[in-house]
Design a protein around this ligand. Sequence first.
Ligand code: GLA
Length: 744
Amino acid sequence: MLIHVNQEDRQFHLTNGQISYIFHVMKNGQLGHLYYGKALRNRDDFSHLQVYDVPTGATTHVYADDPAFGLETLRQEYPAYGNSDFREPAISVSKTTANHVPHFTYDSYQLLDGKPRLEGLPATYTEEQHEASTLQITLKDEFLQAELLLNYTIFRDKPAITRSASLKNLGTGELVIDRFMGASLDLPDKDFTMIHLAGTWSRERHVKERKLETGIQSIFSLRGVSSHHHNPFLALQRPEATEHTGEVYGFNFIYSSNFLMQIEVDHYDMARLTVGIHPFGFKWNLKPQASFQSPEVVMVYSDQGLNGMSQAFHTLYREHLIQGQWKKAVRPILINNWEATYFDFNEEKLVEIAKSASQLGIELLVLDDGWFGKRNDDTSSLGDWHVDLNKLPNGLESLAMKITETGMKFGLWFEPEMISPNSELFREHPDWAVGIPGQHYTLGRNQLVLDFSRPEIVDYLYEKMSAIIKQTNLAYIKWDMNRNITEAFSQKLAVHEQGEFFHRYILGVYALYDRLTSEFPNVLFESCAGGGGRFDPGMMYYAPQAWTSDDTDAIERLKIQYGTSFAYPVYSMGSHVSAVPNHQTLRTTPLQTRANTAYFGTFGYELDPVKLTEEERIEIKEQVAFYKQHRELIRDGHFYRLLSPFSKNETAWMVVSQDQSEALIGWYKVLATPNPKKQQTLRLSGITASNMYKVAGSERTYYGDELMNVGLPLPTEFNGVNGGSAERGGDFQSQVFYLQQIEG
Ligand code: GLA
């Protein structure tokens, strides 16, 4: 058990030797927070950690005889508003018939080995009971007749804690929930830089930083998806911390719809972090005996800088979020026909691509958008999930067979959550679209959204998709979602229930994913939302990889993949080599650089192999072989960011095997430097100082400490006169190095 309980003083200490999380029951029966950070030794009583002093000036206090006990200055676990705490709360819930300030007081606790699953929601899980311990605290509000359950799980060998909350209505009347966060955390000071990932279509998850200041700072989505614009990730970095050293707290929300992550810094510089479903537009009617479960918040702590934080997320997700065989199986190198043909293809063309790609060693062909209905552009047919016999007159089954005969597996693109106004499905079921009948429907990419809050619609999609999976013996599905949700109303919900729409919608998406992945565990799912518009841990629970961005430009991808790596394992990032000039930026980069960037992800191609020159084919064959040789290392290794594309003309990162016997290093330089420095080196990280390493392709050997402190020598750069002896030069240069330990 990783949890110590002092029953008498009602104190709880979650610790695994790496981190400690401590809280207690305060004298008014509510939970007070005491500490979260690097592990502390356990002791009987931690109550002295509570800051307890009479505040000055106009303030409020709970008891007449104890002016120091005011909720305004006490750190809490799951606060409410309306008492003496004036900060934004974790919970807001009311009766429809009477007024009341929520007052949940401690009732009992329960300890569990392992971690229970959250029904209907993606969440981290354990396979063996010893992998984690769970503490469940029950609080009650007698007036509301409601029970609040707070879940805390600490993992045995990871600096990670997960939290969630659920509320049960024990009374006979309805309760209305207006705000119900997954977690709230009161930190003692504001001495942090907040790091988050922001962007838009084609430039997702750029790293943004700002110092915490008095007031509220937040990131959020109100788009019905986690969004391209803000990822549900946030880090708090101590001023002295770097990529490699110092304290960082990381937070991630396992949810794919509207979210809020905010930090409120108050007048005493305390910082309250709240993470949960965005309360704007949210209202849940909790029927008698019903429960509402919040999605889960992941919290990791690192005293080894931002890389330590990222590695904690990566290992947690690899081992306790990604499910089934995809935890370990190597993922196929794929070729996707989207940028090769867009909507313009036929069976012959696809088989030609498959044959040509198969000769290069590529393992899977993904037929993207345009194979169904009458979809020759993006104005029609979403919802009509039957093959377009004009393009594929022999049907999908025949195509799948012909692709398989080339030695490739076969995958398909779907956009299950959508409906085109110009589709058979819409003509038959206009009420299936999200919106308000008779009023304006906003379009996004010419399409409307199917009402996934309705189980019968989810069932319909399940029938369509499962039939095609069986018919084609499908190996892979790219599940796309190409617009945000507007006029978010369901025709099946009453007016007072519409605040439930967004959450019910995403529960419908999760339910479909759950059914398909359970029935077809061998089908690999890749999530996608106009590129990286839903790259979040909720999706990762079902789909172990995600299309990182529609931007396939190798130089833009440096920023996108670098930012994404803050929270997500590189092996979850779909990253492909595409043709030049690049279709998103019109930039022309060397083929080698395109692969050197794409290697750090789940590798693939997004081009027409038939149009390649013989030289390019030879090069690509080598790339494919190289990736096959190293993909286990990329999947299982520790990822280190070395140089940031956001502050430098150079980017570098590396993956080190867990036993530190091998490493793969990616180094990239955007623009060439005239008359460059003579000896350029790259300082590495995470290898063993006393190990001797050899760099593939060179006879030189180095000790780990030399590589980390002096650096790995970079090949000689063209300087205007060294002509033939220069080993690299020009814009968009890059190099990937493979290090292997040797006997030294
Ligand atoms: C989205 C995806 C692309 C492609 C197109 C097809 O934009 O992100 O990869 O599948 O849809 O329409």
